[in-house]
Design a protein around this ligand. Structure first.
Ligand SMILES: CC(C)(COP(=O)(O)OP(=O)(O)OC[C@H]1O[C@@H](n2cnc3c(N)ncnc32)[C@H](O)[C@@H]1OP(=O)(O)O)[C@@H](O)C(=O)NCCC(=O)NCCS
Length: 170
């Protein structure tokens, strides 16, 4: 059943919730010469682009409507990923507001010869769902089914408070 805005509602008309397992996406890329900085490893801008794309797919799978990137939280690059190595991204919806969706993206580099993997970045990206007129539109709620998912949603709530606090002070 859908409400007039196309959003799934339950029999009582309340906003439906989707499980966290639906809001996921993964990507695997190889670092090519075009992606590299003068040091021969992937450039920060390229990694941000990949994070944005992977996170958007997770957000779309949760919202099932169009979304735009509203913000990136602080992003740190902890280790270089050299040209020819593999870059792996795993995105997970970790929290939602009325119209916004927070997605965590974990980035790892992999040496394709040895198979060694190392964590390079964890990023939090916030998307806002839009209706056909381009206005913020409600998204489904998020349901947690495990203790870890509940804890993850609680941490997301705290990050959202801090993020909105910063937004309103800038
Ligand atoms: C994101 C955007 C749609 C928000 O529009 P807005 O009129 O400021 O929206 P509102 O104030 O009504 O807030 C809507 C939601 O967005 C959230 N939001 C707005 N700005 C945000 C920001 N910078 N970071 C995180 N969340 C933000 C609000 O918290 C609110 O969330 P909630 O409904 O879950 O509580 C608008 O700023 C925009 O279009 N930005 C450009 C997006 C874009 O082009 N991105 C591509 C890269 S440039």
């Amino acid at each position: 059943m859908n409400d007039t805005d196309g959003l799934p509602v339950n029999d009582s008309g309340a906003r439906e919730a989707r499980p966290m397992t639906e809001g996921r996406a993964s990507m695997t890329e190889i670092v090519m010469p075009n992606d590299a900085n003068p040091h021969g490893s992937v450039s920060g801008g390229r990694v941000l682009h990949l994070i944005d794309v992977c996170a958007a797919v997770a957000a779309l799978r949760h919202a099932r409507r169009s979304v735009v990137t509203a913000s990136f939280d602080d992003v740190a690059f902890l280790a270089p990923v050299p040209m020819g190595h593999v870059i792996l991204l795993d995105a997970q919806v970790t929290g939602v507001g009325d119209t916004s969706i927070e997605v965590r993206v974990i980035v790892r580099g992999e040496n394709p010869i040895t198979g060694d993997r190392r964590h390079t970045t964890t990023a939090y990206v916030t998307f806002v769902a839009l209706d056909d007129a381009g206005r913020p539109a409600q998204v489904p709620g998020l349901s947690a089914n495990t203790d870890e998912e509940h804890a993850s949603m609680e941490r997301s709530r705290l990050r959202r408070e801090a993020r909105l606090g910063r937004l309103h002070h800038d």
